[in-house]
Ligand binder design. Structure first.
Ligand SMILES: Cc1cc2nc3c(=O)[nH]c(=O)nc-3n(C[C@H](O)[C@H](O)[C@H](O)COP(=O)(O)O)c2cc1C
Length: 194
């Protein structure tokens, strides 16, 4: 049994992204995992001020909901980043959440090339939805995920589900017309199976 934290970065509740995340969660729970879901739309997680107080052994100066999330982040075996594609990348809510990892950095006496500290984290996965479904639709988002979240922060990637074709210009959620929810269920159910 693994502890899974699903972080929702969509601006709206019950949209494509939350439906995708819920299908993943159902699959993970059916495999016996314990899942917690947090929506950044219902919390206040400000972006990093860059004051560097945390680099001088002080707690983060921002007093918002991120403080409450730190124990959940540290105890999670897997963090699932669930985001709509906003202007070809992850939503600003997810980006702000990631920026705040800065205050959790720990000293690393033997850092790999290009990294200066280490983070108290384990595995990660990426769930995304988008209106478009072209071969390059998720390219920037995947690059950010691989570069910053996996290669830099150091999460071990457990996979991605990139759900394109989830909306028309009217903006109404369309994910139920696709196979993505069934795929997300299978992804969740099999995430810790070999
Ligand atoms: C501000 C904004 C920017 C968006 N940018 C893109 C984009 O760059 N490419 C795309 O394919 N869809 C884009 N979309 C559409 C959403 O990614 C898509 O409808 C998504 O499934 C919405 O997720 P939600 O239902 O959880 O809100 C954008 C939507 C919004 C509101």
């Amino acid at each position: 049994m693994k502890n899974i934290l699903v972080v929702l970065g969509s601006g709206r509740r019950k949209g494509n992204t939350e439906m995708l995340a819920d299908a993943f969660i159902k699959g993970a729970e059916d495999s016996g995992h314990k899942v917690q879901k947090v929506s950044l739309a219902s919390l206040e997680v400000k972006n990093c001020l860059g004051c560097n107080a945390c680099r001088y052994s002080k707690p983060c100066v921002l007093k918002d909901d991120f403080t409450k999330l730190i124990p959940q982040i540290k105890s999670a075996d897997l963090i699932v980043f669930a985001s709509p594609l906003y202007f070809w990348t992850l939503s600003a809510r997810i980006k702000a959440f990631i920026e705040r990892f800065y205050c959790m950095a720990e000293e690393d006496h033997n850092p790999p090339l290009g990294r200066y500290e280490k983070y108290p984290i384990h595995d990660s996965a990426l769930l995304m939805t988008a209106a478009d479904n072209l071969f390059w639709t998720f390219e920037q988002a995947v690059t950010y995920y691989k570069f910053a979240i996996v290669n830099y922060i150091g999460f071990k990637d457990k996979g991605m589900l990139l759900a394109g074709g989830c909306g028309e210009t009217n903006g109404l959620p369309q994910i139920e017309k696709t196979n993505h929810l069934a795929d997300a269920y299978i992804f969740g159910r099999s995430i810790y199976q070999n």
